[in-house]
Design a protein around this ligand. Structure first.
Ligand code: SF4
Length: 451
């Protein structure tokens, strides 16, 4: 809940407005959620509050929900939404601060081929509250651990294209500014290049940072990687919007570059990028190129570029074009929390007994390549090619198996049997499993032509 919602709630309960602010400060500044620990609130009010449920939308309990921690300290959370969808957000610890990478949509409609979210397809837009809550929950977790400053930076680089959900994302930014004290300069919005919204962002005079996922500077290479390229006037259309942004705001733009071995990692490709930026009037001094070796996803067979190639790529940009370029370290790969790895499919498969990223075995690459070439078909990994109906039916079978187990456990409970905590959690989520089944059935009907 936002500060004003908490203030309204307090007033609605016959209390003074500032009680809402007190609750807000307990939650935001100290990570305290237990009403009994909010000692400065009058005892009577605490009792009334305890009977109320302060509404939260994101649940960490459910078949597709949970928390994973990487060996490098990165934390990924998968939240179940009341609509049965799953979204993921990531917290990355650095020496001086913590950065939260949050989602703006359920899935994504842009279909970038190297991205697990794109491979998943679009679910729905997230509301401003759902976006903010991702930050709030990390913030509370950090403050409970004694990290006084909580979440320091925020990047909209999770699931979805933030500029396609412009209104809700900007409302979320405003709440994060006011309620969390996280200034716009510490927030970055990443886009694949929704050009009209880049201009609109420039016109708002917001101090939010802009990152553009570029990955290639020529249309013939970028469009197959990122179909959105064809819809917004190609690379030149995108760079014209970037130029507008630079001219209007005088702010730096970050270009994201997922370095794929043999595709876009050569020194000549760096030169082509430098020239294209220059020819399109993009100011080098207001550019930064972040080069990150590609993260693996099950639907794309490209490989990460080597460190040496990436360093050479960055050197060319710096030395020949005066463009700042940095090789970024991949993070959270072991828990699929890296850029382009967020997706709900793995969580569903984990819970119901399957899935997970399978590194292609030697000799499987050829089959995977073939898979990528088969239009309208997708795969669950392991190199096997399956039609969409086969994929969905397989998922459905597994969800149903999980559902059967839930019913069995419920039977145990009804008969007075004792359940473990995990079993309890599963029973609580019976409705969620039902929803997933319904969605999958609908999806299969859709793929079959709506019969
Ligand atoms: S890279 Fe971003 S825009 Fe492209 S499919 Fe993934 S989430 Fe969507």
């Amino acid at each position: 809940m936002t500060l004003s919602e908490l203030q309204e709630m307090a007033e609605g309960m016959g209390e003074k407005k500032f009680r809402g602010k007190q609750i807000h400060d307990y939650i935001r500044q100290q990570g305290i959620l237990n009403v009994d620990d909010m000692k400065t609130l009058p005892k009577d009010f605490r009792e009334v509050l305890k009977a109320q449920t302060i509404p939260t939308t994101l649940s960490l309990t459910g078949p597709t929900a949970g928390t994973l921690t990487s060996t490098d300290g990165t934390i990924k959370r998968s939240y179940l939404l009341p609509t049965g969808h799953t979204i993921e957000s990531v917290l990355m610890p650095y020496k001086s601060h913590h950065t939260a990478c949050i989602s703006s949509q359920v899935g994504c409609a842009q279909g970038c081929v190297f991205c697990a979210t794109g491979q998943q397809g679009f679910g729905r837009q997230l509301g401003a509250g759902e976006i903010v809550e991702q930050v709030a929950l990390f913030d509370i977790m950090l403050k409970r651990k004694g990290v006084k400053n909580g979440v320091g930076n925020i990047v909209f680089m999770g699931m979805g294209e933030p500029l396609s959900n412009f209104k809700n994302v900007m409302s979320a930014v405003s709440i994060l500014n006011k309620d969390f004290g996280i200034g716009s300069r510490r927030i970055t919005i990443s886009t694949v290049g929704i050009t009209d919204k880049i201009r609109r962002l420039a016109d708002t005079n917001s101090q939010v940072g802009l990152a553009v996922s570029l990955h290639s500077s020529s249309d013939d290479k970028r469009t197959p990687l990122m179909p959105v390229n064809g819809r917004y006037g190609g690379v030149s259309g995108l760079l014209s919007a970037v130029k507008y942004y630079q001219d209007k705001t005088n702010r730096r733009v970050t270009f994201e570059w997922a370095a794929i071995a043999g595709e876009n990692d050569s020194a000549n490709t760096a030169r082509e990028l430098g020239r294209t930026l220059r020819e399109n009037g993009v100011r080098a001094k207001l550019c930064h190129v972040n080069v990150i070796p590609l993260n693996p996803t099950r639907g794309y067979g490209g490989k990460k570029a080597g460190v040496g190639r990436v360093d050479e790529f960055c050197n060319v940009l710096r030395e020949e074009f005066g463009i700042e370029a940095t090789r970024r370290t991949r993070r959270g790969i072991d828990i699929e929390a890296g850029c382009g790895q967020l997706s709900d499919v793995k969580r569903i498969m984990d819970v119901i007994g399957g899935g997970g990223y399978t590194k292609p075995k030697v000799g499987e690459e050829k089959e995977i390549k073939k898979r990528e070439e088969v239009r309208g078909r997708e795969s669950l990994g392991g190199g096997k090619v399956r039609s969409p109906v086969e994929v969905m039916s397989r998922k459905l079978r597994k969800v149903r198996k999980g559902y059967k187990r839930v019913l069995e456990l419920e039977g145990v409970k009804e008969r007075g049997g004792k359940l473990t905590r995990t079993q309890h959690e599963k029973i609580k989520t019976k409705k969620d499993v039902e929803r997933i089944i319904e969605e999958l059935e609908e999806e299969i009907r859709g793929v079959n032509g709506g019969s």
